[in-house]
Design a binder for this molecule. Sequence first.
Ligand code: C2E
Ligand code: MG
Ligand code: MG
Ligand code: MG
Length: 289
Amino acid sequence: QAKAESGTSYRFFATRMNEQTARAGLVEASLRRAIENDELHLNYQPIVDYASNKVVGCEALARWTDNKLGVVPPTEFIQVAEECGLIVPLGEWVLREACTFFQSCNRNGMKLESISVNISPRQCREEDFLTRLRDILHDTDMDPAHLCLEITESVMFDDQRTNPVEILTAISSLGIRISLDDFGTGYSSLSYLKRLPIDTLKVDRAFVMDLEQDQDDQALVQAIISMARSLGINVVCEGAETLEQCDLILSFGCQLIQGYHFARPMAGVDFHGYLVNMNGTDQVAAEAG
Ligand code: C2E
Ligand code: MG
Ligand code: MG
Ligand code: MG
């Protein structure tokens, strides 16, 4: 009986493995083509200062719709890209596109302080990552102080081959800001916060999702906010979907919020409209540009 069962579950497991491998192979081949043909695009989600209701920044998020596969979620294609190395050209494209977009906002007199771009561990481990970064800043005439790189703690700090202190210090020395993304879900040592040039912590959506009901989440979010404040680090709470969540977050002393309550990630033109609507424009710059 037991033997028959484990045989069945093994076959089930093996079939699933084959399906997953096949899917990953398909995604990889299609993604390679999509990058070559410039078929990806970026969406932008506002980061709002809830105290003033002004948009202070946005996060650039990669989007891809394949002819055959349909919409492939970034969680899937970023993982495939990370595994097969396509993340290097993909990540470079994202950075360049995001900087270009930020500059287009500025030229049109929109008041946007910064743009955030997700960086994969494998990408910043590349020998020439800093050179590429410098080239992109130069080519797009981007002031590094307006660029923020989002790095997840979990993967990067877990890897013995990388020295996060070294990499992040080098990035920071270019004048670029650094956010720790999905904060609270990894298991890196808190002492990193002291040793790394971290500008902002992004509290993971998992802690915000049930904030109204969950006392433990409230305690954790409050603790993260007050710890960050003592260390002189900014905090953005991610994934706020309701007014109540935003009010709680603000009452905990965090003004910066990113979530569906304000807006979902949107196409560049729509973001332009949203920004003008929320912040107004700088007429002089708009006319000059
Ligand atoms: P992330 O960097 O943590 O980005 C935030 C994710 O949370 C986005 O999902 C965003 O749409 C979602 N989100 C924001 N507010 C809410 C909310 O109120 N409710 C809910 N349910 N979701 C919310 P998205 O765009 O699907 O991206 C997923 C992940 O894929 C990102 O998580 C990031 O890790 C990765 N990713 C996306 N674009 C890139 C990229 O260009 N490069 C790299 N390396 N990773 C990327
Ligand atoms: Mg992010
Ligand atoms: Mg995040
Ligand atoms: Mg994430």
